[in-house]
Design a protein around this ligand. Structure first.
Ligand SMILES: NC(=O)c1ccc[n+]([C@@H]2O[C@H](COP(=O)([O-])OP(=O)(O)OC[C@H]3O[C@@H](n4cnc5c(N)ncnc54)[C@H](O)[C@@H]3O)[C@@H](O)[C@H]2O)c1
Length: 451
């Protein structure tokens, strides 16, 4: 569904009118195209004294061909203003006390107007739960307020994230930095990512999923079809699954991505067995499982039929648990495996008329958080995306006022695209993301809902 308001606001007269009337001004987002550089201008990198991340980050950015400027070698400014920069990266891991938070102000204050449109802000810190003292944990927790506020303040399509790097996880940060700096994270902002210690393998960054087998459920249309496309672009062999009634659309998605189609209703009692048999016979394994299939049956609780409650819980949560159990029990997900769930901001904030849906999507978050520690010993990661307003058939059917509110009430003043969700899933799916587990990342343009 096209966003006619945003298209108009991008024209000359539209832009003038939007500014004069103080209307929402949706910026153009920078979305990834194969071959694009990570950033389009130098990255300004600095850190609080005593931090452990400036050096590894500087090294990996340099190796990735990114021009890095530090406080001592910042390019001279023609107009008295430093930059412009493609990204501002600050290592706050050295801050051990709230008084040290002043270094954040000292870094960001003079640079606040030096970020390019669609630029990136990344603050790196230590997870509060891994800090050595309550004072340090307090200061590290405070970083969330700064990054979320920058996300709301800097505008012009820029994003701001907080990345907590556990001690010992310094070598596992590259896939996350690459994702957050690039156009792949166009609609992800105000998020907190946690990286655990891991030793990721070397990957070809243009096709990190080469030789990986990826299952995508609900792949016949919408977000699922785009997930299949993006995973195939990144090198995966895709198994596209959907209900038999969507067989034709499913076949065309599978053909387009050079994958295979599997017609299966996930809620059928024999679905886990049939799926496991298909994967075992065709591929002998599955490296990436994306549980994308989902349905809504909206009604206020008092008017909801038991069938509608059951249908939503079955498709969106219980069938996924049964499938995970069978695939894991039969050892079809090898070391380095990736489970990815699709939650929703409704599962975080709740939504009137969606008690069943929000319960199922909050359950997906519970599944991620409870399963990640259990599967860590098998080196399998479990994460989820929580999309906000994404331009799909589902959101096109919403009443017009509700749809406009959903589109505009976020830091980007526009809806996201299926590709924004798919790129985030591809980041989780990458072999290089070995240290990313137990995370729920919202793809919502920093929606005010559930903020
Ligand atoms: N569109 C949004 O704005 C949005 C926001 C938040 C979360 N999500 C979630 O993203 C996912 C994809 O959403 P979408 O908008 O692309 O939905 P969609 O309705 O366009 O596609 C869902 C797909 O899942 C398939 N499916 C449903 N039940 C199934 C079953 N029992 N077995 C196999 N396949 C089944 C459908 O046939 C369909 O092809 C869902 O989990 C949804 O809850 C979407």
């Amino acid at each position: 569904m096209s966003d006619r308001y945003a298209s108009f606001a991008h024209t000359g007269p539209g832009r003038a009118l939007v500014r004069r009337l103080g209307l929402p001004d949706p910026p153009r987002l920078r979305r990834y195209r194969p071959g694009d550089p990570l950033v389009t201008a130098p990255v300004r990198l600095d850190g609080a004294p005593g931090g452990r991340l400036v050096e590894p980050v500087g090294k990996l950015l340099g190796a990735a061909g990114v021009e890095v400027a530090t406080s001592t070698e910042a390019p001279p400014a023609e107009d008295g203003r430093p930059g412009p920069y493609g990204a501002l990266v600050f290592d706050a891991s050295g801050i051990t006390d709230s008084t040290g938070l002043r270094t954040l102000f000292a870094f960001f204050h003079p640079l606040a107007r030096s970020l390019q449109p669609a630029g990136r802000v990344i603050v790196l810190g230590t997870p509060p739960e891994a800090c050595g003292s309550p004072r340090e944990a307090t200061a590290q927790r405070a970083l969330e307020g700064l990054t979320r506020s920058i996300g709301k303040e800097f505008g012009r399509g820029s994003t701001a994230q907080l990345v907590y790097v556990a001690p010992g996880a310094e070598r596992a940060i590259e896939s996350t930095l690459r994702f957050l700096l690039s156009g792949r994270s166009a609609y992800v902002s105000g998020q907190v990512v946690r990286i655990s210690p891991a030793e990721p393998p070397e990957v070809d960054w243009s096709r990190p999923l080469t030789d990986r087998v990826a299952l995508v459920t609900g792949a016949a249309r919408g977000i699922g079809a785009t997930i299949a496309e993006v995973l195939a672009r990144d090198g995966a062999q895709v198994v596209a699954l959907d209900v038999p009634a969507a067989g034709d659309a499913l076949a065309s998605v599978a053909n387009a991505v050079g994958g295979t189609a599997l017609q299966l209703d996930l809620t059928a009692p024999d679905a886990p067995d049939r799926l496991a048999a298909h994967l075992a016979d065709r591929y002998g394994r599955v490296d990436v499982v994306v549980h994308n299939a989902g349905i809504t049956r909206d009604r206020t609780l008092g008017r909801m039929s038991p069938d509608w409650w059951d249908a939503v819980l079955e498709v969106n949560l219980s069938s996924q648990e049964r499938i995970n159990d069978v695939l894991l029990d039969r050892d079809l997900i090898p070391r380095g495996g990736r489970l990815v769930g699709v939650s929703s901001i409704a599962g975080i904030a709740g939504n009137r008329g969606q008690t069943n849906y929000a319960t199922s999507k909050a359950g997906v978050i519970g599944l991620v958080q409870s399963t990640a520690p259990v599967l860590a010993a098998r080196e399998i990661t479990v994460n989820a995306v929580a999309p906000g307003f994404i331009e799909t058939r589902m959101t096109a059917r919403m009443p017009v006022m509700l749809r406009e509110a959903g589109r505009r009430m976020n830091s980007m003043a526009q809806g996201g695209l299926p590709v924004d969700v798919a790129e985030t899933i591809a980041w989780f799916a990458s072999p290089a993301s070995a240290g990313i587990t137990g995370n729920v990342v919202r793809v919502c343009g920093q929606s005010l809902l559930g903020a």
